[in-house]
Design a binder for this molecule. Structure first.
Ligand code: SAH
Ligand code: SF4
Ligand code: F3S
Length: 489
């Protein structure tokens, strides 16, 4: 039976572009005093949790925080739905198909919930920040016990308790977004770690839901980021990825400090971790000082993910990207001049409202001119509440699909070509584990984030080794391990 639902207007404010654009004036508070209530520290003893994560690295990292919280409460993780006492869906709202997956999963979980009424089923992440989604869950998926937003993650222990004892669906979605909570537990696994350097986004690209689901831009204090990176280095992590929706805006919100993303990268380059990555860059704020710092290499790898979205200045303008085709091309050329072997990757949207054949051709020509090593390509998906959703979309779906197909052909051609250039070269590889389809073969990544497969023993998992590329393919490089030491150019 569906749970009763309470009036949630006091917890939830729907996304509003006007309100969101007015934001940002209030002080950001950083909290270092987070604690889990005493009675919750044993609440999860002998209980199991499972978290399904949809979405970007930011969401993956939020899942690590939720795992940290749950394990501090005594819960153990499980991959078996039937064993789980708590199941959380950490959702993504970026495109319609991301949301469809979650609603599909909720459909499957309904039966499980009927069999196991004690199970607590929660929905969190970016979809929870959308009013239409919360309404739909309340109306059609009344068996959900808990909905909480991206600004409420630290409230998980208390919310879980409420959900266990409440007859009502517990909903807590704040649009308050001024706070940073520093000392949350995190459960990291493997040899690569994510570190948030900032939260939110103030760019308001007209197609994008993220400024609404993640709130305003706020940077973590440099000393907190540096302390976390140093700690991860001490723990032996080999690769750290710095996370932000627009890392180049790092520090712009500090009122008492002049400290940019380039400063942060410079300071992090002095920490003893073999590889530092970052994602995502915005072409508008990518400055010369940053290129200069990245040019010093060391642990700063030669891979930059630099989403372009479109090759047409007119489309970029309607997307509110705040740069032109020429600006992007100049930036890419400058980066290549300082870091000649840099790998550039990108994101591209096709079929934006009003995109003409000529404008799409400009995207293809930009792809060819820059020569991306890889690109994520998407068909535009209208997101309720964003300005683009109100624009007339006169591009038929069939045409959007054709454009996507053509774009992918162009991208693949360059991926293949750039990998082919590596034939015979020896590269540094961080070994991740067995490859997916063949346990005899190990899988790892180059500094430029290319996947490489080679034969080797499990003892070298987690280590940096040198591999000679013998068989480059479009999606993966194949190679042979070479005995150390080898001096790399
Ligand atoms: N902050 C990052 C990207 C975050 S979302 C940046 O600005 O680059 C990842 C990618 O999803 C975007 O780069 C964009 O290409 C795509 N995307 C975002 N909203 C979309 C939408 N409504 N439809 C289709 N693709 C979208
Ligand atoms: Fe979305 Fe644009 Fe912000 Fe990226 S920069 S998260 S695309 S609004
Ligand atoms: Fe998706 Fe939210 Fe990331 S919408 S892409 S999970 S910031």
């Amino acid at each position: 039976m569906a749970k009763e639902t309470k009036d949630f207007s006091k917890y939830f404010q729907p996304p509003s572009l006007t309100d969101a654009k007015k934001r940002g004036k209030e002080e950001i508070s950083v909290h270092y005093d987070f604690t889990i209530p005493e009675d919750m520290l044993v609440f999860g003893a002998n209980k199991f949790y499972m978290i399904r994560t949809y979405g970007c690295q930011m969401n993956e990292h939020d899942t690590e925080v939720m795992k940290g919280l749950l394990e501090t409460m005594g819960y153990s993780s499980t991959e078996d739905k039937l064993q789980a006492d708590v199941i959380l869906l950490n959702t993504c709202a970026i495109r319609e198909n991301a949301e469809d997956k979650v609603f599909g999963e909720l459909g499957h979980l309904k039966a499980l919930k009927a069999e196991k009424p004690g199970l607590v089923l929660g929905v969190c992440g970016c979809m929870s920040q959308e009013e239409a989604v919360v309404n739909r869950i309340m109306q059609k998926h009344g068996f959900v016990d808990l909905i909480f937003g991206t600004h409420n993650i630290h409230r998980l222990p208390s919310l879980l308790k409420e959900a266990y004892f409440s007859k009502e669906m517990v909903i807590e979605v704040w649009s308050k977004e001024g706070d940073i909570i520093e000392n949350l537990p995190k459960k990291r696994e493997g040899i690569r770690a994510w570190v948030n350097i900032m939260y939110g986004c103030d760019k308001f690209c007209t197609y994008c839901i993220v400024p609404f689901t993640r709130g305003k831009e706020r940077s973590r204090r440099p000393q907190d980021v540096l302390a976390e990176v140093r700690d991860l280095a001490r723990q032996g992590f080999k690769e750290i990825t710095l996370l932000g929706q627009n890392v180049n805006a790092y520090g712009k919100d500090f009122e008492d400090l002049i400290y940019s993303f380039a400063d942060l990268m410079e300071d992090i380059s002095k920490i003893d971790v073999p590889r530092i990555r970052f994602t995502t860059s915005h072409p508008r704020d990518f400055d010369d000082r940053l290129i200069e710092v990245l040019g010093k290499r060391g642990n700063l790898v030669e891979h930059i993910h630099l989403p372009v979205q479109s090759g047409s200045t007119e489309v970029l303008k309607i997307m509110n990207r705040k740069y032109t085709r020429e600006h992007y091309l100049t930036l890419a050329a400058k980066i290549r001049q300082t870091i000649p072997d840099v790998v550039l990757t990108t994101d591209i949207i096709v079929g934006f409202p009003g995109e003409t054949d000529e404008q799409f051709e400009e995207t293809i020509s930009l792809v060819k001119e820059v020569g991306f090593d890889f690109a994520f390509s998407f068909i535009y998906s209208p997101r309720e509440g964003t300005p683009a959703a109100a624009m007339e979309d006169n591009v038929p779906m069939e045409l959007k699909k054709q454009r996507l197909y053509r774009l992918n052909e162009a991208i693949n051609e360059f991926s293949k070509m750039s990998n082919e250039k590596l034939r015979g070269e020896i590269v540094e590889v961080l070994v991740e584990g067995e490859s997916k389809n063949n346990p005899e073969v190990l899988s790892g990544r180059t500094r430029t984030n290319k996947m490489i497969h080679f034969v080797g023993s499990m003892e070298i998992v987690g280590k940096l080794v040198h591999v000679k590329i013998t068989e480059p393919q479009t999606w993966v490089l194949k190679g042979e391990i070479v005995p150390e030491p080898i001096a790399l150019a």
